[in-house]
Ligand binder design. Sequence first.
Ligand SMILES: [Zn+2]
Length: 375
Amino acid sequence: MQFIDIVGQAEIKQRLIQSVQTGRISHTQIFLGPEGSGALALAVAYAQYINCQQPTDTDSCGQCASCIKIQKLIHPDLHFTFPTITNPEKKRLSNDFIEEWRKVFTTNPYISELQWLLQLDEEGKKQGNITAEECRDIIRKLGLKSYEAKYKTVIIWLPEYLKQEGNILLKLLEEPPEKTLIILVAQDADKVIATILSRAQTLKIPSLKDEEITETLIKNAGIELAEAETIARVSEGNLSLANSLTGAGRSDYHDLFVDWMRACYGRKIDGMNIAIEKIIGTGREFIKSFTGYSLHMLRAVFLYQNADHRLIKLSEQERQFIEKFSIAFNNDNIEHITKALNQSTFHLERNADLRITFLNLSLYIAQRMIKTKQA
Ligand SMILES: [Zn+2]
């Protein structure tokens, strides 16, 4: 992973490079960035830069033995810890899942927490965890002599999963062995235990800008400007979400949303059930971004009614739908429905039952929509 492969974050890259050039690499750091900001990718690129045999002023070379091994995540001095789910084969440590990890990260360095957990448990029913045993394994690994790297490195992704057992690591975080680098990559400082937080130097990584996401989508996903802009706005600086919104069947969002809203408007339970089954059939990961799309459409209805129409960038298909359908909404019910949708998204991320959640939500929306003769 080279810095050049990471979207935006020019200032952060510069700071990281400078810390290496001036020999001021802090031994325990926490990269704090929201989902889809690229914090994990930056941590790997940083480890690669530090250990590169021929670094330039702007990046690692990408070609030396060290770079090649780090790019494949097979460098013997680069270790990873991430949440895991104990499975029937009794796998427990991050090392037991390293093959899956390599595959997932090398194909998608912007992997989200949910995408990773779904990779380990398709149904998304089990909780992830970083265990006490894993903490002891980190200490063991960093206690070994370095094989070949300038800096032995461990990247701990989502230290939010460390509860009391995290205290096992305190001494290590405070005084790691020489030439050792510990990078914690977190999304939410409030969920990291204070004893860990206070022992690491914090680097705050911002969300990406809409323009950066738009540009990336046009370049990587080959989609049109207007569509890329819409997705960028819905994603709010989160490239993980933007990528899944551009995934297969992107126009499906619109079709599903229209079917669903029509069913709610019709207030027939059969119609709702059909629409719900279609939504559920797409899988939990898609649903997460589908709720994001639905929120975006509600916001568009609100803007359509309250602001200059030209302020809203929509596809032709979306505009037609909103023009026709906005009569079912006013500022009051949009606010309530948006709240309910946000709440359902929260529950869905915590593995609530899909059917029950969507049925409750649909009934609520149906009840709130304004019935008129025309629509
Ligand atoms: Zn190199």
